[in-house]
Design a protein around this ligand. Structure first.
Ligand SMILES: Cc1ncc(C[n+]2csc(CCOP(=O)(O)OP(=O)(O)O)c2C)c(N)n1
Ligand SMILES: [Mg+2]
Length: 326
């Protein structure tokens, strides 16, 4: 079902917030104020729509490093994001120990991101198994890139989830690159969902630049999972508009024309146009949302800049459990 006008407006707000925070992160990197950034630009529709379908503090999520939009919908604040980006003590994920993008948010049932690509698939399946054993209608959504579906861990995890009909949604945010490798240099199938048949689960390919399309596909997958119908593989297609991370120079492996050709597929602009065309977003309302978001970003940056770093003598804190507390 097409999400309601209210849901579509909410999705647009979070996509806008994610985009402006992300753009600010790139600026902070160039100013030398942060050490690293890994961007979710052009992934916003997928992330925001998927998170919007879930029931907060009821369902579980195993995200990956690009999932800023998803984390914002799940309750991570702009201030918390900036604290993590700047490695400050107030970062809810690791008190400033992990690389930016290594989210976790205990209060929202968000598992900690592992730096090992595809590790979260097995973790999510473990959560799904616990859900099935306990009964109830919880689901777990696990997200990752298309490159991650080439790892053995991913196949093993999906196999197990299908075998035991676990309530897991495997969300693949296909941005067509895994660092410098194009998708066709990584896998012998055209679409990631082509793998679904062999693995024995439903697979759905969706336009990842359309928040409403992603919302509907995830809603169906979540319903299936809640009703005991097992896992679903969702492939949402977008394009990686930025280099892999702030450490990468993508000019060494792809043409500028290729990147520019995707500029017209902006998921944020698509959501805006849709709301404008059905009369849900006036110029005045858009300006109000933009200024609210700009203020939120400014506040978050100012707050995080003056926030303390972790103390050097607390280096192992929030990393190891002190002896006796395990
Ligand atoms: C097990 C493992 N192998 C390699 C890496 C290095 N690495 C980090 S991200 C990445 C590419 C992942 O591509 P994809 O899954 O498509 O996600 P994207 O970054 O494109 O969103 C690789 C190879 C890693 N972190 N872990
Ligand atoms: Mg990718």
């Amino acid at each position: 079902m097409l999400p309601s006008r209210e849901t579509r407006l909410r999705m647009f707000f979070f996509m806008l917030l994610a985009r402006r925070l992300d753009e600010r992160a790139w600026a902070l990197f160039r100013q030398g104020k942060i050490a690293y950034h890994i961007s979710g630009i052009w992934h916003e529709a997928i992330q925001v729509a998927a998170a919007m379908v879930l029931r907060p503090e009821h369902d579980w999520v195993a995200p990956y490093y690009r999932d800023l939009g998803l984390m914002l919908v799940l309750g991570m604040t702009a201030k918390e994001y900036m604290l993590g980006l700047m490695g400050k003590k107030g970062d809810p994920a690791s008190q400033g120990r992990q690389m930016p993008g290594s989210w976790s948010l205990r209060r929202s049932n968000v598992l900690s991101v592992s730096s090992s690509v595809a590790a979260q698939a097995a973790q999510a399946v473990g959560v799904g198994l616990a859900m099935k054993l306990r009964g109830g209608d919880q689901t777990v959504l696990v997200s990752m890139g298309e490159g991650a579906t080439c790892y053995g861990e991913w196949f093993e995890s999906v196999n197990w989830a299908v075998l035991h009909q676990l309530p897991v949604i495997f969300l693949i945010e296909n941005n067509q690159y895994a660092v410098s490798r194009r998708q066709d240099a990584l896998m012998p199938v055209r679409d990631v969902v082509d793998r679904a048949r062999g693995l024995g689960l439903p697979g759905v390919l969706v336009d990842g630049t359309s928040s409403t399309a992603v919302y509907q596909v995830i809603e169906e997958a979540v319903q299936r999972a809640r009703q005991g119908g097992g896992p679903t593989l969702v492939e949402a297609r977008t394009y990686r508009m930025t280099p892999h991370s702030s450490d990468d120079d993508d000019r060494s492996y792809r043409q500028r024309q290729e990147v520019e050709a995707h500029r017209q597929d902006d998921p944020l602009l698509a959501a805006q146009r849709m709301l404008e065309s059905d009369g849900s977003l006036s110029q005045a309302k858009l300006a109000e949302l933009e200024s609210r978001v700009a203020e939120t970003v400014e506040d978050a940056v100012a707050f995080a800049e003056q926030a303390p770093f972790p103390a050097p003598d607390d280096m192992a804190g929030a990393v190891f459990v002190p002896v006796g507390e395990a």
